[in-house]
Unconditional design. Structure first.
Length: 372
């Protein structure tokens, strides 16, 4: 078995973390593996740092014919048995190159619970039904959306995302009070996410005044960057944050911040699964999150965290307040969350599940050749 991973994202997000963990895990299991990414991307920087074979091709859009041509040349040279595409643009480019060369079976990871019918003329359905041997859904919620949208259930496999528990356990314990100008003893509520529309950090900002009614010294720390950050910052000014709401931008030490938070809040309105919640579970930080997408597969209400409806700042503030008021409740749920991650959401489980999908795809190819 020989696998080529394609990822077109120029930044570092959860999907790129999963692609790196998968490539690393496959190599450890003796599977010949390489990664194709954008020149200068964080993903390629990390693969090269870990000596994972990698290739750089500029990929500007899913209709980039120059990129397709260069991927065709790469496939002809490398001849992978599996081409695994990790982003929407990678999906289109990789399938086109595979069809033109007749090289490799195609696997696409689907990490979001958006309907595929967002494009006009139901082109999303054509994209997912033509030229893709298997789609890997990272949660039951994502799988249900794909099947409901018309993808044959037998072509959609469930392999949840995972986290490297050893790597998480090595996360340093850092005191950020001085760096972030937070008084000692002030409760700290954190959110770590890309500032995309579906992450809806403005809902946490709207909840802030309600949190401050009970915990006036509380600080809310938003970690990350993205196109929607200016909108969220405007909302912060509207609620009169007065220095109690802190935007850090992208942080390479985000996991250390998660470990340091008193509570971790996710306010998404759509969410495929959310590896940041896995991080919080593993690091012992109690979680309040919205009941959307795949989140309830990670946050079981009052067992591994607290769930609230989306776009309900009052409910979100109440859940965060419950965690700050009762640290023992938070600790009990964090222990249960850690056990859940160890049982079902480790990187090893994700790698093993993906490898099983590859094997089934290649077995089907052999069966087709035999006329079975």
């Amino acid at each position: 078995m020989k696998v080529l991973h394609i990822d077109t994202e120029p930044t570092w997000r959860g999907g790129e973390q999963q692609a790196l963990l998968l490539a690393r895990g496959l190599l450890r299991r003796g599977v010949e593996t390489s990664v194709l990414g954008q020149p200068g991307s964080p993903l390629l920087a990390r693969t090269r740092q870990e000596r994972i074979p990698s290739h750089a091709i500029a990929m500007h859009s899913e209709a980039d014919l120059g990129a397709v041509y260069r991927i065709v040349r790469l496939l002809s040279r490398e001849r992978p048995g599996i081409i695994h595409m990790h982003t929407s643009h990678a999906h289109a480019l990789g399938v086109a190159a595979a069809k033109l060369t007749g090289i490799g079976r195609t696997v696409v990871s689907r990490r979001v619970d958006f309907s595929i019918h967002r494009a006009p003329l139901r082109l999303g359905l054509l994209k997912y039904r033509l030229g893709v041997d298997r789609i890997i859904a990272i949660s039951r919620a994502v799988r249900e959306v794909l099947v409901r949208d018309g993808i044959p259930a037998e072509r959609v496999e469930l392999v949840p995302s995972g986290v490297d528990l050893q790597e998480l356990d090595a996360t340093p314990r850092i005191d950020f009070h001085r760096e972030l100008s937070i008084p000692r003893g002030a409760p700290v509520v954190g959110n770590v996410a890309h500032f995309g529309w579906h992450k809806a950090q403005e809902e946490l900002v709207k909840a802030a005044p309600l949190i401050w009614e009970r915990f006036p010294e509380a600080r809310i720390v938003l970690v990350g960057d993205g196109s929607c950050r200016p909108k969220v910052e405007r909302t912060a000014r509207e609620v009169g944050a007065d220095g109690r709401l802190i935007f850090t931008g992208y942080r390479a030490d985000a996991r250390a911040l998660i470990r340091w938070f008193d509570a971790f809040a996710i306010c998404s309105v759509l969410e495929g699964l959310c590896t940041s919640i896995m991080d919080a579970h593993a690091l012992g930080t109690p979680v309040a999150a919205t009941r959307v997408g795949g989140i309830p597969e990670l946050v079981r209400h009052r067992e591994t965290g607290l769930l609230v409806p989306p776009r309900d700042p009052s409910a979100l503030a109440a859940a965060i307040g419950a965690l700050l008021h009762d640290p023992d409740l938070g600790r009990r749920m964090s222990l249960a969350g850690r056990a859940l991650v160890e049982r079902s959401f480790s990187a090893e489980t994700m790698v093993g599940g993906t490898l099983d999908v590859y094997s089934r795809v290649l077995q089907q190819v052999e069966a087709d050749h035999r006329g079975v």
